[in-house]
Design a protein around this ligand. Structure first.
Ligand SMILES: O=c1ccn([C@@H]2O[C@H](COP(=O)(O)OP(=O)(O)O)[C@@H](O)[C@H]2O)c(=O)[nH]1
Ligand SMILES: [Ca+2]
Length: 461
């Protein structure tokens, strides 16, 4: 495994450049008065306020105009996350205040589109166009003088790895989407490193998300580091990553679940695994039995986790599925749990230690908890594993009241419960910190991947 950045950002100093500029009266002030005001404000800004406080006039001054800041320089990194359900752009701004200090992460611009690139298997040009439109945003966010030295990279995750064989060949082996996306990058004014478009190995997904979360929560530098484990639930795959505290965990873990890397002068030996086919949407297909059937077209797939009278169509990864409720048979939490548990039982490694730890959980864990008002959509919150089970029972046993927004709500909550308890082996009272953003930065593998990228290009000191 390639070593991860040893000298990346060590402190978070976030200045928010969204000044609320008051409206001035139309009459022009005398020119000397304007000059005096500019000098006075810039001097207050440079000597007293910068970088501690946010003021309406702050955005009027370039960050390098203050003498104390003369050696500060800003640089950027652009990371695309091509996931199974959507494509996202992360544009990060870093500031190096002086050569002795590590650069700081100043902020992130984030945007996403749906569906993901795998939905464009038969029309790769359209897929690449979604990337081009997102990249236009980067031209707004990064000043033209920095375009040439700002790297742009796209990493695809589980969606593309799951595509049916024929389409996967067209897409990956012949490299249609990667080739066209690379052309989009080459036509842009940004720096296009070698291997700028590719598929990310599952184990990196977990490690890089763990780095992001532990960096953002301040656990990768300074004293008293108490790292936190991370749980990511994508559409097609799911990852679990933590730093084992007990020797016996290391002894009882298969070697391919352990990865070592160095960061901020420390070496971390992480437990990490990506389970392909255990993402929320892949689990829906597995529950419906769609993965065992070769030609799913025309087959009605039924489940006790769906509203009884439902019959509908669902497109995922370029394939059309027809699904519906158990018209004749049972519906509700119990029969649903019995169906769903088969998808996970005995298929995942269960490290003992996790029963005694707490974890950060994001992506679909967050979305389903927010959809059912267990947490605030903006702020997130802390839940116990048993809260997912309680909510799954409530939704599945009252399907008509809950499933108008998504017919899969009962199945999704039941799957999350089964994955946590029967899959990973978490206890009922294990605490989960549901988090979408920390300090306004997305909890995604993309930040960890950008550290790695900047380090490999020698852009961080
Ligand atoms: O920046 C992101 C990336 C993903 N997600 C969540 O993760 C889900 C699915 O993940 P993804 O499409 O990345 O699937 P994967 O390819 O990881 O299996 C999305 O619907 C979101 O809920 C998110 O909240 N922010
Ligand atoms: Ca993902």
């Amino acid at each position: 495994m390639t070593p991860l950045p040893s000298g990346a950002t060590a402190a978070l100093g976030m200045l928010i450049h969204t000044p609320a500029v008051p409206r001035f009266p139309c009459r022009m002030a005398p020119i000397w008065l304007i000059g005096f005001l500019v000098l006075a404000l810039s001097s207050i800004y440079c000597t007293v306020l910068h970088p501690k406080q946010e003021m309406w006039f702050q955005g009027l001054f370039p960050s390098n105009m203050c003498p104390a800041n003369a050696s500060a320089y800003t640089f950027y990194g652009i990371m695309f996350d091509a996931g199974s359900t959507g494509t996202r752009i992360h544009i990060y701004t870093f500031v190096q205040k002086n050569p002795e200090q590590l650069p700081e992460l100043e902020g992130e611009i984030f945007e996403s589109v749906k569906p993901g690139l795998s939905a464009y298997a038969s029309e790769p040009k359209k897929g690449a166009e979604t990337v081009r439109i997102l990249l236009e945003m980067a031209k707004e966010a990064v000043p033209p003088s920095h375009w040439k030295k700002t790297p742009v990279v796209l990493k695809a995750t589980a969606g593309l790895r799951l595509l049916s064989e024929q389409k996967a060949q067209a897409l990956l082996l012949q490299g249609m989407i990667p080739r066209i996306v690379r052309e989009v990058f080459e036509k842009s004014p940004f720096l296009v490193p070698d291997n700028s478009v590719g598929i990310m190995d599952g184990c990196y997904e977990g490690i890089l998300a763990w780095i992001t979360v532990n960096f953002l929560t301040g656990q990768l530098y300074g004293q008293n580091q108490q790292t936190v484990g991370t749980l990511d639930l994508g559409g097609a795959s799911t990852q679990i990553t933590f730093l084992p505290r007990f020797e016996e965990t290391l002894e009882q873990t298969p070697v391919d679940f352990l990865s070592s890397f160095e960061m901020f002068n420390s070496t971390y030996k992480l437990y990490t695994h990506s389970y392909l086919g255990f993402g929320l949407k892949a689990a829906r297909l597995a529950t419906l039995g769609a993965l065992e059937i070769k030609a799913v077209d025309g087959q009605m797939l039924r489940s006790s986790c769906l509203p009884k009278q439902l019959e509908a169509e669902w497109h995922f990864g370029g394939v059309k599925y027809q699904y519906g409720g158990n018209r004749e048979g049972e519906t509700g939490f119990e029969p649903c749990y019995a169906e769903v548990v088969k998808v996970v039982q005995g298929k995942l490694h269960q490290p003992d230690e996790i029963r005694r730890s707490s974890f950060y959980a994001f992506s679909y864990y967050y979305d389903r908890a927010a959809d059912t008002n267990m947490i605030d959509y903006e702020k997130g919150g802390v839940l116990e594993v048993r809260d997912f089970e309680r909510k799954a029972k409530e939704v599945c046993d009252n399907m008509d009241m809950y499933t108008s927004a998504s017919p899969f709500l009962c199945m999704d909550l039941t799957y999350i419960t089964a994955l946590l308890k029967e899959g990973f082996g978490f206890g009922d009272n294990t605490l989960l910190q549901l988090t979408k953003k920390v300090n306004n930065i997305e909890t995604s593998w993309a930040l960890g991947a950008t550290f790695h990228l900047l380090q490999s290009l020698g852009l961080t000191h």
